[in-house]
Write a protein that binds this ligand. Structure first.
Ligand SMILES: Cc1ncc(COP(=O)(O)O)c(C=O)c1O
Length: 381
C-alpha cells in the first residue's frame, strides 16, 4: 500500500532552510518577513493573553474579528459580507483552503488551478481524493490562458482555485482575466475559491476579488489571512468569506480539523484590520522598494528577471547565467555565493515545466537584500 500523500512532502523548503543555517547563507527561500509587524497589533495580542482570552474561542471566530473582516472587505473591495453568517475564522489561509476542498470535493472530483501553484493545493486535493488540473502560466507575461482553462472543465470539475496576487510568479490577475474566469465559472456552473493572502502586497496593477465580478458573489469563497498583511506569519489567523451555505460547509470541515484556533490573536488581528490607510499604503510601498533592490541585484547578476506585480517573490530564468536545472542550481548557490533560493519546479505538476526557474523572496530587511544582491553579483564575474 502506498500512503495517500506519498511524494507530496515539500521537503525542499526544509532542505534549503537547513542549507542556509549550515552555510550561513542569506535565506531568500521561504517567504516570511525578518521584522515584526505593527507594535500596536502585537500589544493587542499580549493584552488579550493578559486579559484571559486563552480558552476556546467561538467556532466561527470571535464576533469582533468577524465584524472587522466584514468591514475590511467592504472598505477595500466594496464587497458586502454578513459577519454573522458569511465569515469564518480559520487557522491561516492554509486551513481555509484545506477545509474548503475537503468540504466541497468528493473523490474523483477535479480542481482547476493556474500553475505554478502554492504547494498546499496539490496536497489537499490528494487528501480529498480529488485531482488538481493545472493551467500553466507561461513566462514572461504569465497571461491566463482562458481557452485552456475552459478546455479542462469536465463534469467532474468541482472548483476553480484562483490565487491572485499569485505565488510564486507575483502576477496580479487583470480585471479582463478575472472577468473571463468569472464568465467560465458562471457558464459552467462552477464554484470559485480564491486565495488572496497577498491582497495588500500589490505594486503594479490592481487587486480585485473575483467574488465582486458579475454572477460570482454566491459562488465564490474568498480566502485571506493576517500573516502577510501584518507580518505575523506565525499567528496563523485566516478567514473565508462567502455565501452562508458554502461557509457553513467549510465550517463543518474546520470543526473537525482544528475546531478553533488562535484565541488571543483573533482580537489582535481585528485591531490590525482597522489600521488606517497609511499603514496599508506604507506596506505596499516599502515592499515595492525591496522588490526593486532584489530585482536590480538579480538583473545585475545576469538573470532574466520576471518582475512581480505583487507578493513577496521574484522569479528568474537561470539559463541566462548558465545551467537549466533549478534544483541543482539552488543546492549549489549557498556554496557559490551565500544565498538560498527555491527551485520553482516544486510548484509545477510536471517539475520539468519549471526546471529552469528559481524563486527568491524579498520580504527581508533592505540591508539583507543589498547584501544578497552584492553576493549574487559574483555570479556575473
Ligand atoms: C499563496 C499562498 N496561500 C496561502 C499561504 C498560507 O497562508 P497562511 O500562513 O495564512 O496559512 C501562503 C503562504 O506562503 C501563500 O503563499
Amino acid at each position: 500500500m502506498s500512503p495517500k500523500l506519498a511524494g507530496l512532502g515539500t521537503t525542499i523548503f526544509a532542505e534549503m532552510s537547513a542549507l542556509a543555517v549550515e552555510t550561513g547563507a542569506i535565506n531568500l527561500g521561504q517567504g516570511f518577513p525578518d521584522e515584526d509587524g505593527p507594535a500596536l497589533v502585537a500589544e493587542a495580542a499580549i493584552a488579550a493573553i493578559r486579559g484571559g482570552a486563552n480558552q476556546y474561542p467561538p467556532g466561527p471566530g470571535i464576533g469582533e474579528l468577524r465584524i472587522a473582516i466584514a468591514q475590511h472587505q467592504a472598505r477595500f473591495w466594496d464587497m458586502p459580507v454578513d459577519p454573522g453568517t458569511e465569515v469564518l475564522v480559520t487557522a491561516g489561509a492554509t486551513e481555509a483552503i484545506a477545509a474548503t476542498v475537503l468540504a466541497l470535493c468528493d473523490p474523483g472530483d477535479e480542481i482547476i488551478a493556474f500553475e505554478p501553484t502554492y504547494d498546499s493545493y496539490t496536497a489537499v486535493a490528494a487528501m480529498a481524493g480529488a485531482r488538481l488540473r493545472p493551467v500553466t502560466l507561461q513566462p514572461p507575461a504569465h497571461a491566463a490562458d482562458i481557452d485552456a482553462l475552459e478546455a479542462l472543465v469536465t463534469d467532474r470539475t468541482r472548483l476553480v482555485l484562483l490565487n491572485s496576487p499569485h505565488n510564486p510568479t507575483g502576477k496580479v490577475f487583470s480585471p479582463s482575466e478575472l472577468e473571463a474566469i468569472a464568465r467560465v465559472c458562471v457558464e459552467r456552473d462552477l464554484i470559485a475559491v480564491t486565495d488572496e493572502v497577498y491582497e495588500h502586497l500589490v505594486f503594479d496593477g490592481e487587486h480585485r476579488p473575483l467574488a465582486t465580478f458579475p454572477g460570482m458573489a454566491d459562488r465564490t469563497l474568498t480566502i485571506s489571512s493576517a500573516g502577510k498583511t501584518f507580518s505575523f506569519t506565525g499567528w496563523k489567523i485566516g478567514w473565508v468569506c462567502g455565501a452562508e451555505e458554502l461557509v457553513t460547509a467549510v465550517r463543518t470541515a474546520k470543526q473537525f480539523l482544528t475546531y478553533v484556533n488562535g484565541a488571543p490573536f483573533q482580537p489582535a488581528v481585528a485591531v490590525g484590520l482597522g489600521l488606517d490607510d497609511d499603514f496599508y499604503a506604507g506596506l505596499a510601498s516599502t515592499l515595492r522598494a525591496k522588490r526593486d533592490v532584489l530585482c536590480d541585484g538579480l538583473r545585475a547578476a545576469g538573470f532574466e528577471v520576471f518582475v512581480p506585480q505583487g507578493t513577496y517573490f521574484a522569479t528568474v530564468d537561470i539559463r541566462s547565467v548558465g545551467g537549466d536545472d533549478g534544483l541543482a542550481f539552488c543546492r549549489d548557490l549557498p556554496k557559490r555565493c551565500g544565498v538560498v533560493a527555491i527551485p520553482s519546479s516544486v510548484f509545477y505538476e510536471d517539475p520539468a515545466t519549471g526546471r529552469h526557474l528559481v524563486r527568491f523572496a524579498f520580504c527581508k530587511r533592505t540591508e539583507v537584500l543589498t547584501e544578497a544582491a552584492a553576493r549574487l553579483a559574483s555570479l556575473a564575474r
